[in-house]
Design a protein around this ligand. Structure first.
Ligand code: 1GP
Length: 251
């Protein structure tokens, strides 16, 4: 029986298995860099690629995904900043509702407008409660979303938001400090949210060291997403992936 990626993540969570995701911004890669990135990711046993960003200005989404798919078996999951970032060549789509904000467009409005296109894409749809947490400075996502992030020290707000998202039927909860965040999400907040939800918890934004990735997993994150740090130093893929996978075997 073939599992959906959603089922796979849920099964991994039940077994305490952690996943490492490399975030690819289609604006920032070309053919040569994609080739190198894919090769290093395969060697490092990266679990998934997320492709997208709050603001994608190039038009090479299809090409970038086709190139990745031709070179490896790592699943490609779309992480769209807008409904225009859909590609049938991906494996699945994070169907994001910005539950930490109060911008109706990003909670449901854009979903209504794009529903027929999304349905026709044939992609696996992963309903995701998306929570932006204050990362110490405005990030692209906080600016574009026009919605206040959850304050970094208000773990209770994050917890109640995640619980509500889960009860509304979200299959994943994604806590994001935003790409390039000055301060990543605290372990205390991750711990509090993770201890009280059943669905896999994705954590990203401003993670720049393998140590932080490891501590996040220990605090209860199921999936770690890294983009910026790897763009700056591609060799980090190996250490980051090792740290995330190591966290499930050590006490
Ligand atoms: C942002 O969670 C991702 O949406 C990754 O953030 O680019 O800071 O790693 P970074």
């Amino acid at each position: 029986m073939k599992y959906t990626l959603q089922q796979e993540l849920q099964r991994k969570k039940a077994q305490g298995q952690k996943s490492f995701v490399v975030l690819i911004d289609p604006d920032k890669i070309d053919e040569t860099s994609t080739e190198q990135l894919v090769q290093l990711s395969v060697e490092a046993r990266v679990d998934y690629f997320f492709v997208g960003g709050s603001l994608v200005t190039s038009c090479n989404l299809d090409e970038a995904i086709q190139q990745i798919k031709a070179a490896c078996d790592i699943p490609v999951i779309l992480f769209p900043g807008s409904p225009s970032q859909i590609s049938k060549y991906a494996d699945a789509l994070l169907y994001l509702s910005l539950i930490s904000g109060r911008n109706a467009e990003l909670l449901i409005g854009q979903h209504v407008l794009s529903a027929p296109t999304v349905k026709r894409s044939g992609l696996e749809i992963m309903p995701t409660g998306y929570m932006v947490i204050d990362g110490g400075a405005p990030t692209t996502v906080s600016y574009i979303s026009n919605a206040a992030p959850i304050p970094a020290d208000k773990a209770d707000i994050a917890l109640c938001t995640a619980m509500a998202g889960e009860m509304l039927g979200m299959q994943l909860i994604y806590m994001d400090a935003g790409s390039g965040a000055k301060r990543p999400i605290t372990e205390q907040m991750i711990q509090k949210v993770s201890a009280n939800i059943e669905k896999p918890l994705i954590v990203g934004g401003g993670i720049t060291t393998p140590e932080k990735a490891y501590l996040n997993c220990k605090a209860g994150a199921d999936v770690i997403v890294v983009g910026n740090a790897i763009e700056k130093d591609i060799s980090l893929i190996k250490e980051m992936s090792y740290a995330v996978h190591k966290s499930m075997v050590t006490a």
